[in-house]
Design a protein around this ligand. Structure first.
Ligand SMILES: N[C@@H](CCC(=O)N[C@@H](CS)C(=O)NCC(=O)O)C(=O)O
Length: 334
């Protein structure tokens, strides 16, 4: 009996060690890796996730530029499983993050680099998403950077980056999304994800209600700081639109900066924050801007058609909880 037990433990330990090695990730630098050639079936393959902010940016850019591509959906735990740290995806992107664009087998990493690369591959007749004037281009880059989520420190630069505010503001929808995910799938993250804070948060969200989660001090702190900094980023964006006269960030030309910010607005929208920010009426210009972004055909191709039922359900649940429960509104907005 003892031998049987010891044998069982040895098998489990061996499985864990082997699996851990197969799922080991390491950071990658951005840009085109022409020295790597991956198996591929189409000239352009875009690996990404329906809910991921960075993946959405890249889908919007290829849609705007009329680049035909094969979409390769990769799950995050919010949409079902930790596929980003599966051995098959780590062969595509050893950092274990989405998105990755693969062009003729060569991967391009980091969403901002993918956006820039895509502009060099635009279909004939596609509009230019990058201004010719160097000063305007520098201005565009500034607004793109402000919408970026850093790979090293996703919540690290709240003051200077609206993108950094996104993970903190996403926490409430994580809680409502994770209810749909089986615990054994979250356990994969506890065992193998390089950043254990996230699976711990997801496991806690699985067993505790939204109201309880929102009362957790560190969570509330990062969420409120993200909210307050996001408000000042929105104030600056509104001033920029007023200064250029719109309809886009740089004025008449729709650019990569607008694509970055589309995804910020979408995340604020699906998590209920946009209703909160817009409710005072002070962001009327931004409200029009968001309507204009959603009206572009690229939005339909990249966002509406690629939406995920689980995220739609989680967004609905969250908004309903916010509408029905005054305590939740207090915890989020006070
Ligand atoms: N700086 C990277 C950030 C990419 C990133 O953080 N991706 C997230 C989804 S938005 C991810 O794949 N996370 C993996 C995980 O949650 O396990 C980029 O812009 O591409």
């Amino acid at each position: 009996m003892t031998y049987l037990l010891l044998g069982g433990v040895a098998v489990l330990v061996a499985w864990f060690v082997i699996e851990k090695a197969r799922r080991r990730s390491h950071p990658v630098t951005g840009g085109l890796k022409s020295d790597i050639t991956l198996p591929h079936d189409a000239p352009f393959e875009l690996y990404g996730n329906a809910f991921s902010h960075c993946s959405r940016k890249t889908r919007l850019v290829v849609a705007e530029l009329g680049i035909p591509y094969t979409h390769k959906p990769i799950d995050l735990i919010e949409t079902g499983s930790y596929e980003t740290i599966s051995p098959h995806y780590l062969r595509i992107n050893p950092a274990g993050i989405v998105p990755t664009l693969v062009h003729h087998g060569h991967p391009i990493y980091e969403s901002d680099d993918i956006m820039a690369y895509a502009t060099t591959q635009a279909a004939d007749g596609a509009p230019s998403l990058v201004p010719d004037d160097p000063a305007a281009r520098a201005e565009m880059d500034k607004w793109i950077l402000r919408g970026t989520i850093s790979s090293d420190e996703p919540m690290g630069h709240l003051e200077t980056s609206a993108g950094s505010c996104i993970p903190g503001l996403t926490l409430p929808i994580f809680v409502t999304a994770i209810r749909y995910i089986a615990l054994h799938r979250i356990a994969v993250g506890l065992l193998f994800h390089p950043d254990k804070r996230r699976p711990i948060f997801f496991a806690a969200s699985k067993i505790r209600r939204l109201k309880v989660m929102l009362q957790t001090a560190p969570l509330r702190d990062i969420m409120h700081r993200s909210r307050d900094h996001m408000r000042s980023h929105l104030t600056d964006l509104q001033a920029q639109l007023a200064a250029t006269g719109g309809p886009w960030i740089l004025g008449a030309q729709f650019t990569l900066a607008d694509i970055s910010w589309s995804c910020i607005f979408l995340r604020l929208d699906e998590t209920g924050w946009l209703d909160h920010f817009f409710s005072g009426g002070e962001f009327a210009r931004l409200s029009d801007y968001y309507v204009a972004l959603r009206a572009r055909p690229s939005w339909h191709d990249a966002i509406t058609e690629k939406s995920h039922p689980l995220i739609d359900g989680a967004s609905h649940d969250l908004k309903q909880a916010i509408a029905q429960d005054e305590r939740i509104r207090e915890l989020l907005y006070a």
